[in-house]
Design a binder for this molecule. Structure first.
Ligand SMILES: Nc1ncnc2c1ncn2[C@@H]1O[C@H](COP(=O)(O)OP(=O)(O)O)[C@@H](O)[C@H]1O
Ligand SMILES: [Mg+2]
Length: 401
């Protein structure tokens, strides 16, 4: 290939490795998009549906799926808000209120927009009094006591949705990393989904998070089990993975069969890997169709990019005791290991290492698939630890007491 062709080809790398980067071909999620399409159509026809909760490991494509669904909602003229939950409820409330205002302002139908703006003004005018009313109604300030913010949110959603229903529209709240959200706000949102459903009003929570998310929701409100359709987002089957490579590359080049076979094998259907190995092979290619040798040349580059983007920073965020715990998990050599097995590797009784276990779960590095068991939230983390043997003691973080 001459230099010019190479330059053009490299400028056109169609792969998109990286958290939240929309892929050129969103493979294997047709069914999810159909579900969303059905909810939108039902909303327009005046019917309500359950909300949706997606759970899965990091890098499986939850964020990009939510982004695509948000676009579907907006393209069909309904209201969508998207937020990433944090552990700070002040931040999360602000994100929701701001998102609602923006969604209302963007509403294309002028008549409806004016009615929605009137609702927002009305809520604003009474907001000052909400705190006072609240204090009279529900004295005591415990952790889970609804705040004046929650009261304001409830009134706002109810009034907006009443207007939206008249016009066959609806309000969709997309929440990424939902498991992070503080309990009070999470409870408020689940309660809202429940109340709106009972009143036949078009409000939908479409959420995504780690595999522990369904459990967190049920713990927050037991009826959460019935409110949502729970769906798992996992690896793509082999044929979908192959298809994804073929479609992604099709506008700029193609892979030789042996190259394709190797990419399918390397990526194991894990969406983040699909993009990383594809991207590196593309960059390493100097002929089209892309040969098997380019995949081989790209492999170490892709692995370094994955170490860098997925694993290293997570390892560095952990304290030395937590790193020891993760190293022990990796040495057990199974996807899911029992707390007892890990403690045994550490030559310590289970309660003595419970704090490190709790630490890595709270940091989102691991989760508990069932009582007494633990697993990494990022596929390949155990392999990274075994392969590179990162240091436990090196301090990246001064907060170790
Ligand atoms: N269905 C898919 N097909 C192809 N690539 C995907 C798919 N879903 C996600 N990806 C890619 O995987 C990577 C991780 O996606 P992301 O949505 O951030 O995952 P998660 O939110 O589950 O951690 C991104 O590079 C994205 O382009
Ligand atoms: Mg994500």
């Amino acid at each position: 290939m001459d230099n010019e062709t190479r330059a053009i080809m490299h400028g056109l790398n169609p792969f998109a490795p990286g958290a939240g980067r929309p892929p050129k071909d969103l493979a294997g999620r047709e069914h999810e998009l159909e579900i969303m399409d059905r909810i939108i159509s039902r909303t327009k026809a005046g019917y309500t549906s359950r909300g949706l909760v997606y759970s899965g490991l990091r890098g499986m494509g939850k964020t990009v799926l939510l982004l695509r669904m948000r676009d579907m909602v907006i393209n069909r003229g309904l209201l969508a808000i998207r937020m990433e939950a944090t552990t700070d409820s002040g931040h999360d409330y602000a994100a929701i209120f701001e998102g609602i205002s923006k969604a209302v302002l963007k509403q294309r139908d002028e008549g409806l927009r004016d009615r929605l703006l009137a609702v927002l003004r009305h809520i604003d005018s009474i907001s000052a009094n909400i705190g006072i009313i609240q204090a009279t109604l529900k004295p005591g300030a415990e952790d889970e006591t609804p705040s004046s913010d929650s009261f304001r949110l409830e009134m706002m959603v109810e009034e907006l949705c009443t207007e939206l229903k008249h016009d066959g529209s609806g309000l969709f709240l997309f929440i990424d990393e939902f498991q992070e959200m503080p309990a009070e706000l999470m409870g408020t949102i689940i309660g809202l989904q429940h109340a709106m459903g009972q009143d036949g009003l078009p409000f939908y929570v479409i959420a995504a998070g780690l595999p522990n998310l369904p459990g967190v929701l049920t713990k927050s409100r037991s009826y959460a089990e019935r409110l949502f359709e729970y769906r798992k987002i996992g690896r793509l089957p082999e044929n979908e993975t192959r298809d994804c490579y073929v479609k992604t590359i099709s506008r700029v080049s193609r892979f030789e069969d042996a190259a394709l076979d190797r990419l399918v094998e390397l990526s194991q259907g894990y969406p983040y890997f699909i993009q990383a190995y594809g991207s590196a092979a593309f960059e390493a290619a100097d002929s089209s169709p892309i040969p098997r040798s380019a995949v081989g040349a790209g492999e170490p580059v892709a692995r370094a990019a994955l170490d860098n983007g997925l694993y290293e920073s997570r390892w560095q965020r952990a304290r030395p005791s937590e790193r020891e715990y993760m190293r022990a998990m990796a040495s057990v050599g199974k996807d899911t290991c029992s707390s007892a097995e890990v403690a045994e590797k550490l030559h310590r009784p289970v309660p003595e290492v419970a704090r490190a276990r709790k630490g890595i779960i709270e940091a989102g590095l691991a989760y508990s698939p069932e009582r007494g068991f633990i697993a990494f939230t990022v596929p390949g983390m155990a392999d990274y630890i075994r392969r590179t043997g990162p240091l436990s003691e090196q301090t990246y973080d001064e907060s170790e007491p």
